[in-house]
Design a protein around this ligand. Sequence first.
Ligand SMILES: Nc1ncnc2c1ncn2[C@@H]1O[C@H](COP(=O)(O)OP(=O)(O)O)[C@@H](O)[C@H]1O
Ligand SMILES: [Mg+2]
Length: 274
Amino acid sequence: MSSSTSQATDDSTGQSALQTTENRHSEGGSHILNTWNADENSFQESFFQIAARGVHKKYHKGANEIPVLQGVDIEIREGEFLAIVGQSGCGKSTLLHLMGTLDRPDAGEIYLADNRIDNLPASARDRLRNETFGLIFQFYHLLPELNALGNVLLPLMIRHGFFGYLRNRRDFRKRAKALLDKVRLSHRLRHKPRELSGGEMQRTAIARALINQPRVLLADEPTGNLDRVAGQEIIEILRNLNASENLTIVMVTHDEKIAQQADRTVRLVEGRIE
Ligand SMILES: Nc1ncnc2c1ncn2[C@@H]1O[C@H](COP(=O)(O)OP(=O)(O)O)[C@@H](O)[C@H]1O
Ligand SMILES: [Mg+2]
């Protein structure tokens, strides 16, 4: 974007695109795609909540180009728990970041229901990450100076602003405590990240990811830094969320045993979904 005028124009487009997104949410948030099925000689309906179409991404390292994603096509249904597996370095994090609008593809598109989201202006993408997507990472990314409760409350402060937060403080704290209870951390509300175990940090990060009631949870190697037992606890929490709230979960992992516990597994090989 070259001038502030075009930024402003794009921003308003982004806002209206988001508006449509929210309207779709109340209708279930799925896009119906009619695809022609030649065998059955009829249109077949398929529903998706998030999709990548022909996505390419490469990085530049000095003079070298590193091609990472080379035409990724994938559709994820509402309420699905999908695992994307692949070897270290194959582009799993890259793909997840593109789906979560943390980065933009070089070519191709990302859709949320029937709205293209990869080309939205930065402010609209920020809002999507705050309100629509919940993100969890291998290294938790908690703020070290805030305790568990403060970390979980942070996305609410970002969403509602300081005064909006203050006005609703009681309700928000109740909601944050309920979520920390759900991930079995009621006894750790005032602990700072350095006073928590790895599993407890990841459970805090899950509560933080859920505080704004996202429609999709994107999880990047959520058990990658945990031992078997703590990792299994995280997977069980994710499975429960998926079953009880119909939360769509996209999890990337290099660990086949972890991936097997999702409803469906796809493989990222040589920059494409197999
Ligand atoms: N910002 C970057 N600049 C240059 N190369 C990168 C960057 N991010 C990732 N890569 C490279 O892209 C490839 C895919 O990375 P990544 O998506 O993190 O893989 P995975 O999550 O599957 O391990 C790797 O070879 C990695 O080194
Ligand atoms: Mg990765």
